[in-house]
Design a protein around this ligand. Structure first.
Ligand code: SF4
Length: 157
């Protein structure tokens, strides 16, 4: 909850400051907590920040993390890029992951390998839901530290 509140405060600050320089833009608009849905893709989600300039749109996710963007973060970002492409009929070739607490931004290419892996992951999640299977526990306990299911999951901790 504390991290959620801190993230919300950061989002509000980022929106107020219109800190577009971090995203290679001088002008543009920022919307926070944007709900996205595509019936065509059968996907929905809530994007931390949507940056717009003219017809250009790209997703920004804000994460409490250190080091380079993790694969799970890149997959989530790519999912939002697919949603934006489906909703607005545009190409979304990149997005950003903003790392807290230092506010640094990583530009992530939404390239073919990442798109393919994103679709494979979406299909795997759908199969898990269809078969009512429980996914295996995380291989490293470090993944459990900031997991939102840690209070309910008895797999590791
Ligand atoms: S707490 Fe459970 S659900 Fe969360 S990462 Fe660990 S094993 Fe996975």
């Amino acid at each position: 909850m504390k991290q959620g509140l801190a993230k919300e405060r950061r989002l509000q600050r980022l929106q107020r400051r219109r800190s577009l320089r971090a995203f290679g833009l001088k002008e543009g608009q920022v919307e926070c907590n944007v709900s996205l849905y595509s019936a065509e893709l059968g996907l929905s989600g809530k994007l931390d920040m949507l940056v717009r300039r003219g017809i250009v749109r790209f997703p920004v996710e804000v994460k409490f993390t250190q080091g380079p963007a993790r694969l799970n973060h890149r997959l989530q970002l790519a999912g939002y890029a697919l949603l934006l492409e489906s909703i607005f009929g545009i190409n979304v070739p990149y997005g950003y992951i903003v790392r807290l607490p230092d506010d640094s931004a990583d530009k992530i290419a939404i390239d073919e390998p990442l798109r393919e892996l994103t679709w494979r992951t979406i299909e795997a999640v759908r199969a898990t839901i269809r078969k009512e299977q429980m996914p295996p526990p995380a291989p490293h306990i470090s993944s459990c530290v900031d997991c939102e299911y840690v209070r309910f999951c008895g797999d590791v901790v």
